[in-house]
Design a binder for this molecule. Structure first.
Ligand SMILES: C[S@@+](CC[C@H](N)C(=O)[O-])C[C@H]1O[C@@H](n2cnc3c(N)ncnc32)[C@H](O)[C@@H]1O
Length: 424
């Protein structure tokens, strides 16, 4: 490829400042070993669940071309380890990030990984189109985020999928207050400033809006995370409606949230508030926007998006009969707890990656039987037949439909909706 790998990404302006920042303070903190990560992803079922999160309606394959845009120090190497049959390309405009990624590439013999020092706005120079683009924690740092998103969209195959993560405003209120504090004191990112800021944060009065974040993310007290949050020269955040506008302006369409329970009015405490019925009447985007305001603590939004002209919409729906052909796959990091249960529950299902403590799903004995019949191969029709009376009564089918829809909203399962081997 004729691309010059070490060219300066920008000749000046706000993006040059961001590039300089990430050369001095790479994020995330560079890691020595990816061994734990490698072992975690050896689980074929976990990879399959991850694939169908992005493409419920496409058959599973592992030989994808994947772009990690703004790959930081380890994300591209991780994806190359996770998907050994895929071709993975990482780009980042920070020479430091690229260097750390190259070290990991050599350490783990990642022949399926290429890394370039390149601003993602110039991704067309690679003359490659991608099945999947992962861009997390990057677009909100661009001087022109829409231009960046459009550039990525042009590199996405028509039936490709993109994972976008951008900051969310309400949960970051404390961060923006401390950013403003740093600006007023003309603090810029140096090792000394960061050390002193860590000391200041330890003295933060109780009740400060940053307090929760400091408690929940201990990493935040480390230099790299702290600099990235408080001394960043350029970041913005998107509320749900702003995110949907952003996606649309980029020529893309919303698919789903990576974790959807925190956005659903059917999940957690919000399902039982006096306004629940009113909330249920709203269109989905309005519901997500209202739930974001009610929860109040979201710090980021992670979504799966597709090109707005995609020829193969990846839709999961529970109206009609199509759902009976879906094959459910349990999501990794879900657990079934059978102690200290709410009244009437046989078990409680938890997705351990949820940070909201109200997002647990109590289930009955009949629902537990349905859950236990999930084997990653059987369709919902087969599961309903196996777990209930055969042939199942209409009321049992309806209960099962409602239960599997809830499992899906609670991030307990994804569906392989590409397999159409059903005896309905
Ligand atoms: C917060 S880090 C996120 C890294 C990685 N995506 C992750 O989630 O671990 C942001 C990264 O994006 C890179 N970056 C920011 N703007 C960029 C741009 N316009 N082109 C390429 N890389 C960019 C930075 O150098 C940095 O490594």
């Amino acid at each position: 490829m004729s691309l010059q790998k070490n060219q300066a990404a920008h000749s000046g302006g706000a993006d040059a400042e961001v590039q300089d920042f990430y050369e001095r303070y790479p994020y995330p903190r560079p890691v020595e070993s990816l061994e734990k990560y490698r072992q975690l992803w050896q689980d074929a079922q976990k990879r399959r669940a991850d694939y169908h999160l992005f493409w419920p309606a496409k058959s599973f394959r592992e030989d994808q071309t994947i772009l990690i845009a703004g790959c930081g120090t380890s994300q591209a190497a991780k994806h190359a380890l996770r998907w050994p049959k895929a071709r993975v390309i990482g780009v980042d405009f920070s020479a430091t990030s690229v260097r750390h990624t190259q070290i990991l590439k050599a350490r783990y013999n990642l022949d399926n990984l290429q890394v370039y020092q390149l601003p993602l706005e110039r991704i067309n120079e690679l003359a490659t189109s991608f099945d999947q683009i992962v861009c997390t924690g990057v677009l909100h740092h661009l001087a022109d985020p829409v231009a960046g998103l459009k550039a990525l969209r042009e590199a996405l195959k028509p039936d490709g999928a993109m994972h976008v993560m951008v900051y969310a405003p309400y949960g970051r209120t404390g961060i923006y207050m401390l950013q403003e504090f740093c600006r007023r004191l003309s603090l810029t990112a140096t090792d000394e400033t960061i050390r002193e800021l860590i000391a200041a944060l330890n003295a933060l009065p109780p009740g400060h809006p940053l307090e929760n974040l400091l408690r929940q993310a201990p990493d935040f007290r480390r230099e790299a995370a702290l600099a990235d949050a408080l001394l960043h020269p350029q970041d913005r955040a998107y509320s749900v409606p702003q995110l949907f506008d952003f996606i649309q302006e980029g020529g893309l369409t919303f698919g789903r949230w990576i974790k959807q329970a925190p956005y659903s009015p059917q999940c957690g405490v919000i399902a039982n508030i006096p306004q629940a019925a009113r909330l249920a009447q709203l269109p989905p985007v309005e519901q997500y926007a209202a739930v974001e305001l009610f929860r109040g603590t979201m710090v980021r939004h992670s979504a799966v998006v597709y090109r707005d002209d995609t020829p193969s919409p990846q839709v999961i729906q529970f109206t009609g009969d199509a759902w009976l052909s879906y094959v459910p796959i349990r999501m990794a990091s879900t657990i079934c707890v059978e102690e200290r249960l709410p009244v009437g529950a046989t078990a409680v299902l938890i997705n351990q990656t949820h940070t909201d403590t109200d997002l647990y799903l109590p289930i009955t004995a009949a629902e537990k039987r349905l859950l236990e019949a999930i084997d990653g191969k059987s369709s919902l029709a087969e599961i309903v037949a196996k777990a209930g009376a055969s042939p199942p009564k209409q009321s049992q089918v309806e209960k099962a439909r409602s239960f599997f829809e809830r499992l899906w909203w609670y991030d307990q399962v994804v569906f392989d909706a590409a397999t159409q081997t059903v005896n309905k």
